[in-house]
Design a protein around this ligand. Structure first.
Ligand code: IFM
Length: 456
């Protein structure tokens, strides 16, 4: 039954998206690599954060994760066997500069990624690299992390080294993954590394990350012929909890920090004034020219789409005075995230109308469910398969509307270390037994494979 379509859903074919469409899976370094003490890798903020009790729900860490550092040939074989033509991964900055910066990079770290990229090319997978997917060198955090402007300079140096070493083989460069998460989950909510709970710090982190994005674009272009560069934002369609003027205004405010805080400056509009005016003395320090730097033209916009949010007014609750509501009677993943392919259509339509990016890639989309390995070793993750199929149907609708989405990357190739949730949330198309490291393609992965291979 794996290769048949879900009976109540319309037929979907790879060819509906055109021959040049990029199809891939996404991963990130700390979530899959393990080998945190090998080949000269330095400590990252996630190593430090995981070591402190109470931060990770199952008290785990990425120390071993999927052991991808050693098992990458098998993992790339799996990615290629699906019929994908691209693969998104990230580089662990502490493998390149164990102390965050320095005159001489760690050659063994560069060699690892060089082998990995060669492995992709040998398998017909176009490498899509993310430079920062949250594993900051701890040495830089010890000096203030992203809140310290020096980290911006360090990121430029790191990018220069990586793009000079790998730019002959990598054409697609993603500067940052989900700067909202870097800034706010890590520095305001305290749920991710480095675990700070300070709104003002989070705003400064956010600004510095955005400046670093703009500053590395010319560096990559200088080092990489015909490079295509962009950032991957986590964006959400937002709905007011009621028609009341207060909830509608709250939703606009929430949108201001969740979505427009990134989209506006990236598109040359500066920070949204409605939000800036609310921030008062918490607003970030912005140097002259920063907004022009952030608005440096890119080649594409990466969007990570997972779920919509329903927002209500919350007087007295922080500067933003908003609350995200749990709307009842909606379909949710095991993580509690609302399942809404329509939300993806709404989001992409809105971004296309309001900002007109020339090219969009869906750089992440996926779902977490509680998978069960049956006695015959199969993982019949019907819900994830259906999630994937419905989101690809939504994607076809988006493409049919003329919105320039040119690629889709499923999150994720493998079950992996899901940050503060540890190994309790599985997002993979491939099941990983974290005791034996055995990989097994799930029903969802088999569905993606049959779709990509045109076997349906
Ligand atoms: O696992 C994460 C990933 O690192 C960033 N985007 C969302 C995924 C699921 O939470």
């Amino acid at each position: 039954m794996t290769n048949t379509r879900t009976n109540d859903l319309p037929l979907l074919k790879r060819s509906d998206f055109g021959a040049d469409f990029r199809w891939g899976c996404s991963t990130s370094s700390y979530q899959i690599e393990g080998a945190v003490l090998e080949d000269g890798r330095g400590e990252s903020i996630w190593d430090r954060f995981c070591a402190a009790p109470g931060h990770i729900r199952d008290a785990s860490s990425g120390a071993v994760a999927c052991d991808h550092y050693h098992r990458w040939p098998q993992d790339l074989d799996m990615a290629a066997s699906l019929g994908t033509n691209a693969y998104r991964f990230s580089i662990a900055w502490p493998r390149i500069f164990p102390e965050g910066r320095g005159r001489i990079p760690n050659q063994r770290g560069l060699d690892f990624y060089s082998r990995l990229v060669d492995g992709m090319l040998e398998r017909g997978l176009e490498p899509w690299v993310t430079l920062y997917h949250w594993d900051l060198p701890q040495a830089l955090q010890d000096q203030g992390g992203w809140a310290n402007r020096d980290t911006v300079a360090a990121f430029v140096e790191y990018t220069d080294v990586v793009s000079r070493h790998l730019g002959d083989r990598i054409k697609h460069w993603i500067t940052h993954n989900e700067p909202w998460c870097t800034a706010f989950i890590g520095n305001h909510e305290g749920v991710h590394a480095p675990g700070l709970k300070n709104f003002q710090t989070a705003l400064q982190v956010c600004h510095n990350v955005m400046v670093s994005h703009g500053l590395v674009i010319p560096v990559i272009r200088r080092n990489v012929a015909a490079a295509e560069v962009g950032a991957a934002l986590s964006l959400h369609p937002l709905y007011a909890a009621s028609d009341s003027a207060r909830d509608v205004a709250a939703t606009r405010r929430h949108d201001g920090l969740r979505n427009r805080w990134f989209l506006d400056p990236l598109h040359g509009r500066g920070y949204p004034s409605d939000i800036w005016n609310l921030l008062g003395d918490k607003a970030p320090i912005v140097h002259e020219g920063d907004l022009q730097v952030i608005a440096t033209p890119t080649d594409f916009l990466g969007i990570n789409y997972y779920f919509p949010e329903v927002v209500a007014d919350a007087p007295g609750l922080g500067v933003m005075e908003t609350r995200v509501m749990e709307s009842p009677n909606v379909e949710r993943t095991a993580f509690g995230w609302e399942v809404s392919p329509d939300g993806m259509v709404a989001l992409l339509s809105r971004v296309a109308t309001d900002y007109q990016p020339p090219v969009i890639y869906l750089t992440e989309n996926g779902s977490s469910y509680e998978d069960v390995v049956s006695s015959n070793g199969e993982i019949d993750d019907i819900e994830r398969r259906r999630y994937l199929e419905r989101h690809l149907l939504a994607l076809r609708e988006i493409v049919t509307k003329g919105i320039p989405v040119k690629g889709y990357f499923a999150w994720s190739l493998l079950d992996n270390f899901e940050w503060a949730e540890g190994y309790l949330r599985r997002f993979g198309l491939t099941h990983v037994d974290f005791h034996t490291q055995q990989r097994r393609l799930k029903l969802s992965g088999k569905w993606y494979r049959s779709f990509l291979r045109g076997e349906r």
